[in-house]
Design a protein. Sequence first.
Length: 126
Amino acid sequence: MINFRSYLTTENMMLFAFILVAEAASGMFGSMGIEPLPGFELLKSFGYLYAVGYWLQVDNRRHNFKWPYCRGIFLYLLGFVLLPYYLFKTRGRRAFLTLLIFASMYLISMSLGALAARLLFTQGFD
C-alpha cells in the first residue's frame, strides 16, 4: 500500500509549488509564442537548484546517505543523473513513484500554464 502522506512534507510541498509556478509560467510564455521576461530562465535555473538542493538536504537527513565531496557541484552539473541515483539508492523500487510524481507535476504545471494562456489571451480584451 502506498502512503501518500509521506509525500506531503514541507520540502516536497515547497518543491511542488516552485515547479507549479515556474512551469506554468514557462507554459504560458511558450503557448503565447513570446520570449520570457529578461532573467526568467536564470531565475528559474537558480530556483530549481535551490528548491531541489533544499529538498535533497532535508531528505538526506532522513536517509543518512553519504555524499562524495560537494553535493552542490554534483547537483548543478549532474542533477538529472544524480537525483535518480539518489532516489533508487535510498528508496529502492519506490523511487519510480517519486520520479513519476515529479514528472507528473512538471507536465501538469506546464499544461495548466499553456491552457490558462490560451483561455485568457485568445478571448481578446478589446
